[in-house]
Design a protein around this ligand. Sequence first.
Ligand code: CDP
Ligand code: CDP
Length: 218
Amino acid sequence: MKNVIAIDGPGGAGKSTIAKLLAKKINYLHLDTGAMYRAVTWAALKKNIDFKDEEKIIKIAEKSKIIFDQQGNIFLNGKNISQEIRNNKVNQYVSQVAAIKGVRDLLVEKQQDIAKKNKVVMDGRDITTVVLPKAEYKFYLTASLAERAKRRYQQEKVKNKNADLKQIKASIARRDKLDKEREHSPLKKAEDARLIDTTNLSIEQVMSKMIEIIEGEI
Ligand code: CDP
Ligand code: CDP
């Protein structure tokens, strides 16, 4: 599939940062699919839904009109929720919501439709394996748990001076496990995806590795 770059990997690997920069550089659209699962989770929290009630959560996903603007802000039914979707409550429940097949089916359809209509860099957990397995370029970014937790901690510290590295590490590890062990579309490396371990690499170094692979062909 021409004009499509797919990136998967665990939280804190650098996917959305890199995908955003890469998209800007080559003039593609960036689609952060994690933000879509977060938006549905935020809407369910807002309605005080019991997270075991899968039917209700699917209904919420059906009613969720999710739109991104040029800057990557996300709007749910007209409301800009770009900040809210990064809160701790959403972190806590998003992997549960993302494990529901009915929710995934709805969001995957939207993602595939966007890829049909645009040149796109898309990042998430199942982009290289399920959403766009025929993408022209496929990458799996990862980094050690300690490094990913450190990166998240540094981001968090800016907003909250009580941010706790240990807690952040535990929360990432829990989400890794849920995402890798779920029945539908678990996080795994596609056989033909390029693996990049970013543990000891700067953003610029990761970018140049990816550009090197793509270079000359776009
Ligand atoms: O920001 P971070 O990398 O920690 O997570 P995210 O990309 O915002 O994704 C949040 C959660 O959404 C993940 O932990 C997965 O449970 C789910 N997700 C998914 O199941 N499939 C995707 N394509 C993207 C995200
Ligand atoms: O999307 P994902 O959860 O994979 O990671 P991210 O939100 O793009 O990146 C998490 C943080 O790690 C950001 O603050 C990045 O600036 C930082 N970082 C990185 O992404 N890649 C590196 N090689 C080094 C740092």
